[in-house]
Design a protein around this ligand. Structure first.
Ligand code: KG4
Ligand code: ZN
Length: 358
């Protein structure tokens, strides 16, 4: 009798160790199902240094990955011997960190005599909304907004990704994080900046909307960070205390103005991409996809145009093992890739998503 396939996913590309177990139904009409997932975030460890320290990240992944795998198996009530495929993040990301996940995945595969499959991290983000209660259908426009990437894509199916535009310098998440740092918020400040912004006025400070009228779908956020720095320096002249101790309203206004600038560019370019492609469906994925202002504005404007927007569940917006298991499951289910029994591995710290095209 045919049985469902169990895929164990391991994510270790940056500062989060994620492990998850996804069940892929034999019947390709049914949806893959997340049985359990576990995550360990290293953020606190890196905060002391103001950013991710690659060597510390690799060492911590080594400490966390097997306990997390044991937890996932225990939570799902499955035995390691029941796992059919071991998936891992092959790239892009920090080389040392990726090697930990790849090494563990291949060692597990070899020990169990089960095949392994290396997954593209951004494909994981891109397909993560398929784990939500309201999954999308192909084709759609995707806005991929993470700490390292900002891309608009036309997605026709698994492995069929056309990049429509991307950032020419900083990513949207980087713009959030660098601006947050200027406001005295710890790394990675995106979520905290947006929380602070809730009490602020987005029009209080005039900030640029880079490339808003460029006529193409590319982004640029480096200049925005410089503009925030200029405003912070200007305000500092009027204050006698460090930025952390400035009046709450002032910091909230700066945060809200920064957020408004980033979100406006992301939303307007997304609407242009929808118009150019004529597609009526959109997917937003990656850490910045958790931003509530971005979600509100996209939902409102897209609804007016009859466009449906899909997001990952909030806890699956940032890095996790579930999206890696899911991407592997969907690649297997779509028949675009096979898992293999060759346990020699290499990682790809730099790996453009469109080279995955099938
Ligand atoms: O996708 P992700 O976990 O990691 C990468 O693959 O890069 O994204 C992390 C990024 C960070 O820059 C973080 O500040 C940002 O996502 N982020 C947010 C929010 N939550 C996470 N940015 C804005 N608003 C949020 N609510
Ligand atoms: Zn990511």
């Amino acid at each position: 009798m045919l049985k469902n396939l169990l895929v164990l996913g391991i994510e270790s590309s940056c500062d989060e160790t994620g492990v998850a177990l996804v069940q892929v139904p034999v019947d390709s009409c049914e949806k893959p199902k997340l049985l359990a997932d576990a995550l360990y975030s290293q953020i606190e460890m890196h905060q002391a240094y103001g950013g991710v320290v690659p060597e510390l990240a690799s060492r911590d992944h080594i400490r966390r990955v097997l306990p997390l795998a044991r937890k996932v198996l225990a939570d799902s009530g499955r035995a390691l011997s029941e796992v059919d495929v071991v998936a891992f993040t092959r790239g892009p990301g920090l080389a040392g960190a990726l090697l930990v996940g790849a090494g563990v995945a291949c060692a597990l595969g070899a020990a169990l005599s089960k095949p392994v499959l290396g997954v593209h991290h951004l494909e994981g983000h891109l397909l993560s909304p398929f784990l939500s209660a309201d999954p999308p259908q192909f084709p759609f426009v995707a806005l991929l907004v993470s700490g390292g990437h900002t891309q608009l894509m036309r997605v026709e199916g698994v492995g069929r990704y056309e990049i429509l535009g991307e950032t020419i310098d900083d990513a949207a998440g980087e713009a959030f994080d660098k601006s947050a740092k200027l406001l005295g918020i710890d790394y990675p400040g995106g979520a905290a900046l947006s929380k602070l912004a809730e009490q602020g006025d987005g029009a209080a400070f005039k900030l640029p909307r880079p490339l808003l009228h460029s006529g193409n779908l590319d982004f640029s956020f480096a200049g925005l960070k410089t503009a925030v720095l200029t405003q912070v320096k200007k305000v500092a002249l009027t204050q006698t205390v460090p930025v952390e101790d400035w009046p709450a309203q002032l910091r909230a206004d700066l945060a809200a103005s920064t957020q408004a600038a980033i979100v406006e560019v992301l939303v307007k370019k997304s609407l242009t991409a929808l118009k150019l492609t004529g597609l009526k469906r959109m997917v937003v994925a990656g850490g910045v996809g958790a931003n509530q202002l971005l979600r509100q504005q996209l939902n409102t404007l897209c609804a007016q145009q009859g466009v449906r927007v899909h997001y990952p569940e909030l806890h699956l917006c940032t890095d996790n093992g579930a999206m890696i298991a899911m991407a592997a499951a969907m690649r297997l289910q779509a028949g675009v890739q096979q898992a293999n029994l060759d346990y020699s591995f290499e990682v790809k710290p730099r790996w453009p998503l469109d080279t995955l095209m099938v």
